[in-house]
Each structure stands twice: as structure tokens, then as C-alpha cells.
Write a protein that binds this ligand. Structure first.
Ligand code: FA5
Length: 336
């Protein structure tokens, strides 16, 4: 009987000290398994002399085994709860722990310029129009008075898309080289008077350098109404220049050539220090373009302009190289 009591007490003492699920598992084998001490004592029951002795000792062993089993169950549950508590503590995320001011991002320089341009032109009474970046040859060139083989096509180093439209010819799907096709799409879907701007992404096979990117952004302007003249164009460009850059800035038009405007001009803006910078092209919408847009040139007249948003952004912020705007260097982006 003292062997049974000693084995039980030793087992219960050890079990009470177990601290991990692994230890409890090991003790389960050691104390409650077939090769355990109590199991060994049970096998020795046969060596006792009387039935009564066997009964008493057998009952004591069973009682001891039940006590050990219960202690193991209890310990197993306790260490499992501890382990869970530990894991929760380890994985705790203290959201109040952050000290200091979180760094806030901001819109890209081009996006900032794009959104300000929209604001200024909407303030002048324009609406924002859109067109697809993948265009048909017809919208990008033909309808803009640049038929097949027109020499001006050569100025746009065009990227072609493999797609062949149903019933169409290969090589007639392009990445738009300018935002001017939005002029055509607008005229075809809207009745004049038309006062729209169309900012967007355009593509050319230009090698990147300080002033060129193969993917860049333009903003187009189109006005179609009755009795629109070159004076309206010049006045609009000047109103825009002062609204966007400031009161001390001026604008001028210089004769130029675009197939889709006649007459055509380049427009420059003058900084308060007196220096001039070229911004974009403009002119009176060519009668052929009005016709392609489904409008009668005898009844309607209009002007259009287009300029580079990226170039304007680098001018405004004094950035030396357009490529810097598209690097992933945060030290650059964080300056603006
Ligand atoms: C045009 O694209 C005409 N569609 C503009 C126009 C519209 C004229 C309506 C008349 C009426 P141009 O190819 O010059 O014109 O491009 C206009 C502007 O886009 C340029 O002044 C320049 O600011 C910008 N630009 C042209 N190529 C690039 C380039 N590779 N990277 C960045 N900006 C460019």
C-alpha cells in the first residue's frame, strides 16, 4: 500500500510542475501508460497472498490511476490555456503604440497639375471630356485631316497595336499620339455649342530625354460655336495663363502649322521675369475636321489647343529633367 501511495504522490507532484503541453504528454506516457509505475504495481497484484489483500490493493491502484488521470487532464487544459494566452500576447498589435506623425502621401506632380488644369478650365466654363487611349487610325489621324501618307504623320512616332477591328485592316489600331482625337469623338456625340477640355495619357515612340517621355500627358481644348474667331482663342489662352500661373504672366501666339487647324499657332507664356516659354499648339478648327465631326463648317466655327501637362509641371516647379518625375525616388516626390 505504501508503494501505491508513494507512486501516486510522486506522479501528482511531477504533474503539478508540468509547464508545457509536451511535458504533459511525456508524463501521460510515464505515469498513465502501460509501462508506468502504477501499471507495474497492478501486475504485481498476483503475488499477494489473500483475495482480500488483492481487492484492497487493486482498489487503491485504481483510485491512484484515476487521480493521476484527472490530474493529467487538468494540467493539460491549464498548459493549453497558458500557451494560448502566451500566443495572444506575442501576437498583440498595439495600435496606440505609434509615436510621431504618420507620413502622409500626396498626389503625383502630374496629377496635381492635371487636377488644377481641370479646376481652372471648369472655372472658365469648360466641361471635361474623355476618349480611349487605344484609338483607331481614323480618329487619331484621318479625321484630323491627316490622310494616309500625310507627311505630318511622320512627326508622331506612332505605336501600333496588333488588334485588327472587325472588317478593318491590320495596322489601323494605334496608341493615341495626342489628345486631339477626343475633338472628333466629342463633335460626333455632342451638339454645339461645345466647350470641352480633354486631359489624358498619350504615347509616342520617343526616346526619353530631359524633355521627352514615351508616355506623357496632354490636355486638349475644343470650342465649337457660332462666330468663333482667333480673338476668342487668344483671349481664352490669356485668361487661362493668368488663372493658372498668376496675374504677372502673359501669353502670345506665333504662326505655326498643324494639319487640323487653319490658321495654326504655337502659344508661349511669359514669366514675370520677361522670359518666354513654349507651351503648346492651337488654331482654328480646320473645315475638314468639322466635317469629319459631322458639323457644317458654314454654320459652325471653333478653335482648339493642346499642350503637354508634364512639361508644364516641370516648368512650374523648376524641375530640370522630365524623367525625374517618373523615377521611384521618394526624395524627389516628397519635395512637392
Ligand atoms: C500636338 O500633339 C497637337 N495635337 C497639339 C494641338 C492640339 C495643336 C490642338 C493644335 C490644336 P505636339 O506634337 O506639338 O502637338 O505636342 C503638343 C505638346 O505635347 C508639346 O508642346 C509638348 O508640351 C508635349 N509633348 C510632345 N511630345 C512630348 C514628349 N515626348 N514628352 C513630353 N511632352 C511632349
Amino acid at each position: 500500500m505504501s508503494d501505491i501511495t508513494a507512486a501516486r504522490d510522486a506522479a501528482l507532484a511531477d504533474i503539478a510542475r508540468a509547464t508545457s503541453p509536451d511535458e504533459v504528454a511525456e508524463m501521460t506516457t510515464r505515469f498513465a501508460g502501460k509501462k508506468g509505475e502504477l501499471a507495474g504495481l497492478k501486475k504485481r497484484l498476483g503475488s499477494l497472498d489473500t483475495i482480500d489483500e488483492k481487492k484492497v490493493a487493486g482498489a487503491a491502484i485504481n483510485e491512484a490511476m484515476s487521480a493521476v488521470d484527472a490530474a493529467l487532464d487538468e494540467r493539460r487544459a491549464a498548459v493549453a490555456a497558458d500557451a494560448m494566452r502566451q500566443q495572444v500576447e506575442n501576437e498583440r498589435l498595439d495600435l496606440t503604440e505609434y509615436v510621431g506623425k504618420p507620413a502622409r502621401g500626396h498626389a503625383h506632380l502630374v496629377t496635381q497639375a492635371w487636377e488644377r488644369l481641370e479646376d481652372v478650365f471648369v472655372g472658365l466654363g469648360f466641361r471635361v471630356a474623355e476618349g480611349p487611349e487605344v484609338e483607331t487610325d481614323w480618329h487619331n489621324f484621318e479625321a484630323l485631316n491627316m490622310g494616309e501618307g500625310h507627311p505630318a504623320r511622320g512627326e508622331f512616332d506612332t505605336l501600333f497595336v496588333d488588334h485588327v477591328p472587325p472588317g478593318g485592316r491590320p495596322g489601323t489600331t494605334v496608341l493615341r499620339t495626342h489628345t486631339s482625337p477626343v475633338q472628333i469623338r466629342t463633335m460626333l456625340t455632342e451638339e454645339p455649342p461645345i466647350y470641352v477640355i480633354a486631359p489624358g495619357r498619350v504615347f509616342r515612340r520617343d526616346t526619353p530625354d530631359a524633355t521627352h517621355m514615351p508616355v506623357f500627358h496632354q490636355i486638349e481644348g475644343l470650342v465649337v460655336d457660332r462666330d468663333i474667331s482667333m480673338a476668342d482663342l487668344a483671349g481664352t489662352i490669356d485668361a487661362f495663363t493668368k488663372a493658372f500661373f498668376g496675374k504677372g504672366w502673359n501669353s502670345r501666339l506665333r504662326p505655326s502649322y498643324f494639319p487640323f487647324t487653319e490658321p495654326s499657332a504655337e502659344f508661349d507664356i511669359q514669366r514675370p521675369d520677361g522670359s518666354w516659354i513654349e507651351l503648346g499648339g492651337c488654331g482654328m478648327v480646320h473645315p475638314n475636321v468639322l466635317t469629319a465631326g459631322g458639323l457644317d463648317p458654314e454654320e459652325w466655327s471653333g478653335f482648339a489647343f493642346g499642350f503637354g501637362i508634364d512639361r508644364m509641371a516641370i516648368m512650374r516647379h523648376g524641375v530640370a529633367d522630365i524623367r525625374e518625375m517618373f523615377s521611384d525616388d521618394l526624395r524627389f516626390a516628397e519635395q512637392f
